[in-house]
Design a protein around this ligand. Structure first.
Ligand code: FMN
Length: 386
């Protein structure tokens, strides 16, 4: 039973999102566990992980990066959404919703682009020094169709929505960069750099108006000419350019911006702050606030709260309470303790039962080595069942 004080805590309040309701403001961010069956299907470890997150009482749970194609893969055992794998995804949703049908479940759908592994094909958004082919205009229309089909499959599987992955250096996010000088309407100006994602979002919203459609972005990537700089030869953070790119995406009807930062293979401490870069968490707070200030009508989800450990809930309470973000997103904390929100609600004054993320980098190391991912401190090896 929650006390009056806990009931008033803004992080335990509901939020209306495109006709549906998130029961609280705590979000389990996408965390790849690299445990799909052959062909990218949903296997028992994946089912078990999302059942456990469903028991955890999160307002929103994002299912880890699911590729829209098996031709460009970042993980050897990553999930792939297609007709063949649909039954597995249906089972994932059914088993999740059987436990808690009030927790929103969304699929993160992605094209890995140049971040695909050396065991897979690679493609990039714009011309530069890397010896990787640039995606053609006709290739773009195939990619747009694949995102549309994947969203339809996600809806058929019973998901509440999709988080279109345009962060962390994956294909869609490359288009936003000032470095993208394409001349075919998909590069150059801020409008043209946002056009591909905006067109994907508006076609999904047109066809599936009741389906939640959001996107995860890296507001500042920390590379020269990258997202969050003001020109192809600038490295200093200046968010004005990126906020203009996002305004075309907001106009396309996006329901939420899931705000992240960095490119894990290049600026890892920006994406996932570690022991010696905890300060980057405050930059994440500022990134979410900048997006919320610019687009007050679009829901905002912040990232990287795990690093706050024992103080994370106070940070979330403050940021949601002050209107700096609508949701607080936890990545590594949801691997360390999938039951985190439930434990806080059941025993709000005793945080002792929570397994706090240890800043150890163990899960990132496993992912880098293309191994199955679990919390090396608290996870039961291979099961992700804490
Ligand atoms: C093992 C691992 C897997 C991840 N998988 C994804 C993913 O599938 N999609 C995504 O957008 N981010 C992914 N991330 C990034 C996290 O969602 C999150 O942004 C990052 O860990 C920082 O937040 P935190 O401090 O709360 O962990 C992953 C991170 C790790 C360590």
């Amino acid at each position: 039973m929650k006390s009056g004080k806990e009931k008033e805590n803004p992080i335990f309040s509901e939020y209306k999102l495109s006709g549906k309701v998130a029961k609280n403001r705590l979000v389990a961010q996408a965390m790849e566990i690299n445990s799909a069956t052959a062909g990218g299907g949903v296997g028992p470890e994946i089912i078990e992980r999302y059942q456990q997150l469903s028991r955890g009482g999160w307002g929103i749970v994002f299912v880890e990066a699911i590729s829209i194609t098996d031709e460009y893969l970042a993980r050897k055992n990553g999930l792939v959404i297609n007709k063949k794998n649909l039954d597995g995804f249906k089972r994932l949703v059914d088993d999740f919703k059987k436990i808690d049908d009030k927790s929103l479940l969304m699929f993160q759908i992605t094209h890995s682009g140049r971040k695909s592994g050396d065991f897979s094909n690679r493609i990039k958004a714009y011309d530069d020094d890397e010896e990787i082919p640039v995606v053609s205009e006709s290739g773009l229309s195939e990619i747009r169709d694949l995102f549309m089909e994947s969203a339809e499959l996600a809806q058929k599987a019973g998901a509440d929505g999709v988080d279109i992955k345009a962060c962390h250096g994956y294909l869609l996010g490359e288009f936003f960069r000032p470095l993208n000088r394409r001349t075919d309407g998909y590069g150059g100006t801020v409008e043209d750099r946002g056009r591909l994602l905006a067109s994907i979002i508006s076609s999904i919203k047109d066809k599936l108006p009741d389906f939640i459609v959001g996107t995860r972005i890296s507001l500042y990537e920390g590379i020269r000419g990258g997202c969050g700089t003001n020109g192809p030869d600038e490295v200093i953070e200046d968010l004005r350019d990126m906020l203009k790119v996002l305004s075309g995406i907001a106009d396309a009807g996006v329901d939420f911006f899931n705000v992240s930062a960095g490119i894990p293979t290049i600026t890892p401490n920006l994406t996932r702050p570690s022991e010696d870069s905890i300060f980057n968490l405050y930059h994440h707070f500022r990134y979410a606030k900048s997006v919320k200030d610019a687009f007050p009508d679009v829901a905002t989800i912040g990232s990287a709260y795990s690093v706050g450990r024992g103080n994370a809930i106070e940070f979330a309470t403050e940021n949601v309470g002050k209107g700096y973000t609508d949701f607080a997103g936890f990545g590594r904390q949801n691997l360390a303790d999938p039951l985190f929100p439930k434990k806080l609600m059941d025993a709000p004054h005793s945080k002792d039962s929570v397994n706090y993320f240890l800043l150890c980098g163990g899960c990132s190391g496993l992912l880098r080595k293309q191994k199955k991912v679990y919390c090396i401190k608290y996870g039961k090896k291979g099961t992700n069942n804490n």
